[in-house]
Design a binder for this molecule. Structure first.
Ligand code: GLN
Length: 252
């Protein structure tokens, strides 16, 4: 009886070792990470069509530091968040603001970049200089964003109407063609866009906004979030984080 037990134990041990081996090869988890399509300097395509930007390089550096694999899904901001909610993505990195509302539904990493919301108008517009000038006008926002929430919060006070877009470039185009007189966008993104000649300008101060974080669904993928945070700390210590920021965002 004792012998049988020992043999059985040995078999189970051998089987679990084998299972462990195959698990570390073919079954290795590849995290699906959703991102925005065009949100420079955080994610955008270079001339070769490759995705580059602060978020893209931070994720790559963190994954390398922590030894995890991932696939990038550039879906658009609202679609990326929807993919997270329907379990089609394990995480989102998309210049996503850590807001109190979102903290009810998602778990966020430590903040990795400070942001805020700002209004922008066409560079050739001389009539819109404040929110008061928006009365009776149409204003462009991007669906599901902090900029849209801010515009929604003041639209009745200032009496303007909102037009929704899924992607930042479409929103800017609409302002330039004059269908809408202004848009609300994240300050670091609008600031970068203006230096890149997007044809818009800022005429008001930045509104205080939330910092960016990497998000997983609440209570899910805790190990991925831990790795992100640990990796973020490591690349801050090594100087890699600052190197990535400096590459895309010029110091003021
Ligand atoms: N930071 C904004 C938000 O989280 C916009 C993000 C984006 O458009 N990619 O709502």
């Amino acid at each position: 009886m004792k012998k049988l037990l020992t043999l059985g134990t040995a078999l189970i041990l051998a089987m679990s070792v084998l299972a462990g081996c195959s698990g570390s090869n073919s079954d290795e988890k590849v995290y699906q990470i959703a991102t925005d399509t065009t949100f420079a300097p955080f994610e955008f395509q270079n001339k070769d069509g490759d995705y580059v930007g602060v978020d893209i390089e931070l994720l790559a550096a963190i994954a390398e530091d922590q030894g995890f694999k991932y696939e990038l899904q550039p879906l658009g901001f609202n679609a990326a968040v929807a993919a997270l909610e329907s379990n089609q993505a394990d995480g989102v990195i998309a210049g996503m603001s850590i807001t109190d509302d979102r903290k009810l539904k998602y778990d966020f990493s430590a903040a990795y970049y400070d942001s805020g919301v700002v209004m922008a108008v066409s560079a050739s517009n001389d009539t819109i200089k404040s929110y008061e000038d928006l009365r009776g006008q149409k204003v462009a926002v991007k669906t599901g964003t902090e900029g849209a929430s801010f515009a929604e919060s003041i639209k009745d006070t200032y009496g303007f109407e909102l037009v929704y877009f899924d992607e930042s470039p479409f929103m800017y185009e609409d302002v330039k063609t004059g269908n809408t007189v202004a848009c609300f966008e994240d300050y670091p993104v609008m600031g970068y866009g203006i230096t890149q000649g997007n044809g818009l300008k800022m005429v008001t101060e930045m509104e205080k906004g939330s910092s960016y974080g990497f998000a997983v669904l609440k209570g899910k993928n805790a190990e991925l979030l831990e790795k992100f945070d640990a990796g973020l700390e490591n690349i801050k210590e090594s100087g890699k984080y600052q190197e990535i920021i400096d590459k895309y965002i010029s110091a003021e």
